[in-house]
Design a protein. Sequence first.
Length: 389
Amino acid sequence: MDFRFSDEEEDFRRSVRDWVNDKYPKSKVNEMERKEDHDGSNFPHEFFSDLAAAGYLGVGIDESLGGQGGGATIQAILMDELARNLAGLTWVWGISSFCAKSIQRFASQQLREEFVPAMVAGEKKVAIAITEPGAGTDLLGGMVTRARRDGDGFRINGAKIWSTMAHVSDFLLLLAKTSDSEKSSAGKTLFLVPTDQPGLVATPIPKLGMRCVGSCEVQLDDAYVPATHVIGEVDQGWRHILTTLNNERILVAALATGVLRGVMEDAIAYAKERRAFGHAIGDFQIIQFWIAEMAMKLAQAELLTYKAAWLYDNGEDAGVESSMAKAIAAEYATWAADRGLQILGGMGYSAEFDMQRYWRDVRLYQIGPVTNEMVRNMVAQSLGLERSF
């Protein structure tokens, strides 16, 4: 058993950290995130372009399709280091990665060659459109968005919600019902839906965190998608996407781990600088206990996250471990940011400092992409207990 990263992985971590500190220091990200993205004008287009120029949009993508190669571990390192400064804005990379990996794995050769190299180069943006307004966790049972055949393609009617980047993307990776089945996981199909058409409207939703990266409600009214843009087999979309969902949860765990890392850095720096009662507040036991607890939680989040990535990369079943890592890292990072706010006192409530940004961004990940309550249901089932929902 070896808990060490390889020399190549350590070199990659250092190079990403240097890149982030140089191009996206926390002060710059704080200014970026403050501006609500109502219409795409405040979306961090420069950040997306910089990710492409650095080759990061290709991490985890096959070299034959223009990517950098690598598996979930190297992706998690990238996400971890980006999130240390960028917090939730890192998900701009996560969305592109999720969509590119789904297309790479399940699309036709023609679609793979058309889309993946262009996505890696930053020339095409694809957003995820899976969640529905009336069906969050009960996505499959409550799905109403339906695709019906129309000539050489499909017409899609319905609505999606929390589709981040939909308003600035060229296509949506969209899951829709294509047939009725007693089994809720069957009869769903993945599509690449062009957004530049009158039957599709994406409207950003004002939200607590990640304010400069719009998350949208998407209305589909006879939106058209050619049959060539079906991803994988018709009616088998959920089966196709499941393995990518495990990868997504590993990356969310890495994002939360990176946030926790950034929180602890800021808490330590402030505890050394701020003075009260003739001492640096870091001399007080309660402050030391909170920071020590952050360090212990960070160690646990790292172990779970990178174990899940290792399992995934080695072809093992990582479903339970990836979900555990996501839930625990998100809870620990939110707790750490909350304690960080307390350590900063009044300045923790100020937009001038990053601690409030960390808290606002990471709180989301106890809810999405799967709630932590549903994770606990899954873990209980894996232990042989009856399904509780």
